[in-house]
Design a protein. Structure first.
Length: 158
């Protein structure tokens, strides 16, 4: 027994542990609610795009669009030579999602090398990169690594 209260110490310890557990669970529920709103669900279409810049030029983002959705990880303003950038988007409850990224490449002394449009369409019909074009002395090689509804596409710029 506790000397001060006359209540057995074991009951006090169990009660304190239960209160801590309930408080922790409530806190996790509140945190989980916020995270669920920010992250896609299993039913949302998602696009993960990896831009692999295998050139000696910096890629500069001119424009980007995420049809039917929102960015989870927005495109970076630049992709350095011989590096990569990962962009991801969610369909916000939609079962389709299209992502477009427009870049221009600059060579030595920032001389323009050309433009590239990287396009991913993710729908019930499948995942395509139709609409991807390059206008310069480099190639854009898309590879679909995972299909819908959670698409992953790597664009190798050479």
């Amino acid at each position: 027994m506790s000397i001060r209260t006359g209540i057995p110490a074991r009951i006090t310890l169990v009660t304190a542990a239960a209160a801590t557990l309930v408080g922790t669970a409530a806190g996790a529920a509140v945190l989980g609610t916020g995270a669920a709103q920010a992250m896609p669900t299993e039913h949302d279409a998602t696009n993960t795009v990896v831009v692999q810049n295998d050139t000696d030029s910096t890629m500069f983002l001119d424009a980007s669009d995420n049809y039917y959705g929102s960015w989870v990880q927005a495109p970076a303003a630049q992709v350095a030579p011989h590096s990569s950038a990962t962009i991801s988007a969610t369909g916000n409850g939609a079962d389709r999602l299209s992502t477009r990224l427009d870049y221009h490449l600059s060579g030595i002394s920032m001389a323009p090398r050309g433009d590239a449009t990287l396009f991913v369409s993710n729908s019930d019909a499948g995942v395509t990169t139709d609409g991807t074009v390059s206008g310069g002395d480099f190639a854009v090689l898309p590879t679909v690594q995972a299909g819908g509804p959670h698409a992953t596409v790597v664009f190798d710029i050479r």
